[in-house]
Design a protein around this ligand. Structure first.
Ligand code: PLP
Ligand code: COI
Length: 357
């Protein structure tokens, strides 16, 4: 794919204190944009100065939420080099989301090339401080300029970059999670397995309610029986029960997380049994009560591995591992981040150097 590059003549001041970055608030100097027209395909791949878009008020994205996105990171290693973690998996998932949402797919290698080219141009924005990274946000929007409800004939694919620190303000510390018993996030046959914006919009009310009560995020139950554990707002969830790891199976309504997949591979390589199956809220409560629920953690690109210290359901509150980071949770965080930041050899071939140090 040929990418036209227009350099930003007015580069912004880079953040001086990387410990205060937060998540997704600061953006780099450039963005990737490409247009798709029905009957013509993708065209005009370009990297241009970061800035506001001009979008028609009738655009499909505003009215019918025709939008999908991805999230991955570029990591700065100790020698200054910049590394990527499994971008092909994000490319594949973007296309799976696109198919569900009747949006156009993009050749996987073009998605990866666009990411690599943009990160290379804005390489000086990849932060250096421990635990920081450059969050990469590819997204696609339907952009037909009329109000009929139809499959789209114009899409825009874009990538923006955001130097970021920890997703949760508490960092790698046990979070409080509220199990949602009113709203549901997704149903089978719906869009739960995609990263479409609408899934997140529909989750905000429950998230706000949980935050008001002092919780970090909600844990969703299945949309039909409201009985089986699904996932957290921005992470998949794993339980350690009697020495074994259990995580909800991919059933079409949860996001097939790349961190989830990587952790399952890590666990199995280390000889730790990991089951992907249905797990009911009743089972979790029973295990919490009889002491066999040893650890709980969430996992995702933004949140990495996030220990869960407290789980609330209806009027019950369960404290897990005395509200402390579990041993396996810590080990998984350490091993995964060591591979991502190039502190340790990567036996899986998940990472590669994009820019030499
Ligand atoms: N589940 C949801 C709803 C998410 O938003 C995310 C974050 O992307 C995840 C799970 C974890 O997915 P990944 O590990 O690919 O980031
Ligand atoms: C991610 O982990 O990449 C996410 O997209 C989670 C959230 C910021 C939506």
């Amino acid at each position: 794919m040929e990418i036209r590059i227009e350099k930003n003549p007015n580069p912004a001041q880079k953040p001086t204190d990387e410990s205060k970055l937060g998540f997704g608030r600061v953006f780099t100097d450039h963005m990737f944009v490409m247009d798709w027209y029905k009957g013509k395909g993708w065209e005009d791949a370009r990297i241009i100065p970061f800035g506001n878009l001009s979008v028609h008020p009738a655009s499909t994205v505003f009215h019918y939420a025709v939008e999908i996105f991805e999230g991955l990171k570029a990591y700065r290693a100790a020698d200054g080099s910049i590394r990527l973690f499994r971008p092909i998996e994000n490319a594949r998932r973007l296309n799976n989301s696109a198919i569900r949402m009747a949006m156009p797919t993009i050749p996987e290698e073009d998605i990866v090339q666009a990411i690599e080219t943009l990160v290379t141009i804005d390489k000086d924005w990849v932060p250096h401080e421990d635990g920081t990274s450059l969050y990469i946000r590819p997204f696609m929007m339907g952009d037909d300029e009329h109000l009929g409800v139809h499959g789209i004939s114009h899409a825009r694919f874009m990538i923006i970059l955001s130097p970021s620190g920890a997703y949760y303000p508490e960092g790698m510390a046990p979070v409080k999670i509220m199990i949602e018993d009113e709203d549901v996030r997704a149903v089978r046959g719906g869009t739960g397995f995609t990263k479409c914006g609408g899934n997140y919009a529909a989750s905000l009310r429950a998230g706000d309610r949980a935050e008001e009560k002092g919780f970090t995020q909600v844990l969703w139950l299945d949309g039909v029986e409201r009985k089986y554990i699904e996932e957290v707002g921005a992470m998949n969830i794993m339980f350690k029960i009697n020495g074994k790891v259990v995580t909800p199976e991919l059933n079409g309504s949860i996001l097939p997380g790349i961190t989830r997949k990587s952790i399952l591979e890590l666990l199995r390589k280390n000889g730790i049994e990991a089951e992907e199956r249905k797990i009911s809220i009743d089972e979790v409560m029973e295990c919490a009560e009889n002491g066999s629920l040893e650890e709980v953690w969430g996992c995702g690109t933004a949140a990495v591995v996030s220990p869960v210290g407290w789980l609330a359901f209806e009027d019950k509150m369960f404290c897990i591992n005395n509200g402390e980071i579990g041993e396996l949770t810590q080990k998984l965080y350490d091993e995964l981040t060591a591979i991502q930041w190039g502190k340790k050899e990567d036996p899986f071939g998940w990472t590669y150097t994009l820019v030499e140090g």
